[in-house]
Write a protein that binds this ligand. Structure first.
Ligand code: FAD
Length: 123
């Protein structure tokens, strides 16, 4: 069976979810208004209850209780998500990601233009 015919395992789901979360943060407003901040807080909080990997979700709730997500701006939310993802990376024995490269990875692409097609994607 091709992978696309099967439900996702935790790896496939994890990769897809991080793609969504980092991309969402990359396009969050530079200065979110109070309504947008409330919605983002609520989205992340709900997400930490319903993410369909129980142990991942409870770990995320612990991280969020200690270090609540800053939802005032694109920059702070993107950095928080990067640091949060790094906590998971460390827990799983993976390399940490350099958070200064988060915009390059999730929004702008590398400077050499390798991903220039990404600029055509309309979000
Ligand atoms: P992923 O970690 O999925 O990363 C995808 C891509 O994101 C990478 O290729 C890299 O380019 C980029 N990236 C990596 N780190 C960062 C960063 N810090 N900031 C920005 N971009 C980055 N799995 C478990 O086994 N146990 C858990 O407890 C667990 N908790 C999770 C909690 C959440 C909220 C999520 C979304 C996933 C969780 N996962 C967990 C899944 C796990 O994090 C990985 O998604 C999965 O192991 C696949 O890893 P990967 O190596 O393909 O890359």
């Amino acid at each position: 069976l091709a992978e696309d015919d099967c439900p996702p395992d935790s790896q496939v789901l994890g990769r897809a979810t991080w793609t969504f979360l980092h991309t969402m943060a990359a396009y969050y407003p530079d200065r979110a208004d109070p309504g947008q901040q409330t919605m983002m807080k609520s989205l992340l909080s709900s997400f930490s209850h319903f993410y369909p990997c129980g142990r991942c979700a409870s770990h995320l709730r612990l991280v969020m209780a200690k270090d609540p997500p800053p939802v005032d701006s694109r920059q702070s939310l993107s950095q928080w998500l990067c640091q949060t993802h790094n906590k998971v990376n460390v827990m799983l024995g993976k390399d940490e990601f350099d958070c200064s490269k988060v915009d390059e990875r999730w929004r702008d692409g590398p400077k050499d233009g390798r991903c220039s097609w990404a600029q055509d994607v309309e979000y």
